[in-house]
Design a protein around this ligand. Sequence first.
Ligand SMILES: C[S@@+](CC[C@H](N)C(=O)[O-])C[C@H]1O[C@@H](n2cnc3c(N)ncnc32)[C@H](O)[C@@H]1O
Length: 210
Amino acid sequence: MFRRLFLWCYAALFNAMSGPVERAGLRDQRRALLAQASGATVEIGAGTGLNLPHYPPAVSSLVLVEPDVHMRRRLSKRRAKLGGYAEIVDATAEKLPFPDATFDTAVVTFALCSVADEKAALAEIGRVLVPGGSLLFLEHVRSTDPMIAAKQDEIPFPYPLIGCHPNRDTLAAIETSPLLVESVRHGEVPRAPTIERPMIVGTARRPSTA
Ligand SMILES: C[S@@+](CC[C@H](N)C(=O)[O-])C[C@H]1O[C@@H](n2cnc3c(N)ncnc32)[C@H](O)[C@@H]1O
């Protein structure tokens, strides 16, 4: 009951909490990453839809996967504001309800930290991408500084309540998945708490021949 209430509050406050971080430069990083999206596109863990304004015209169709009902409500509102071009699907990354090789592009931003099973999620992303299709990722990750990593390993309140794992080595997870990392840049989430600050942004591809 407490967790349900907390998740409602988290979704309700998500945009307000993200505002300073987005304005401090994250919005520009989202835009630059999403400029590479094209064709049939799926975004996984779409949240309140902060990526929605940044999809380029080269995206021919857009599916937004989001398992949390409170997030979906806000996602739907933002979609309506922007013209309602995307389909919203209630599902998890670990069990995507799409046939093999459905999408040209998959997008994850600050979502692989939250999925229950990162390995299964990446396998599913690989499955639903066409051979040669791209994963665009922007994630906060485990620090290379042992002192910060130790703090991340504590997973302090409120991270467990929102299901966020700030200590994940997501680049290693992508590298050991069926996808091939093509580009990666290490940076920092602007104005984020120390344990959420280390960030990776990049692209990976499903190999053309499997
Ligand atoms: C920190 S929010 C990020 C939202 C959005 N991607 C963004 O960049 O603002 C993490 C999102 O992942 C979603 N999520 C949690 N577990 C998930 C899962 N197993 N599969 C897909 N999405 C999940 C949450 O509901 C939440 O909306």
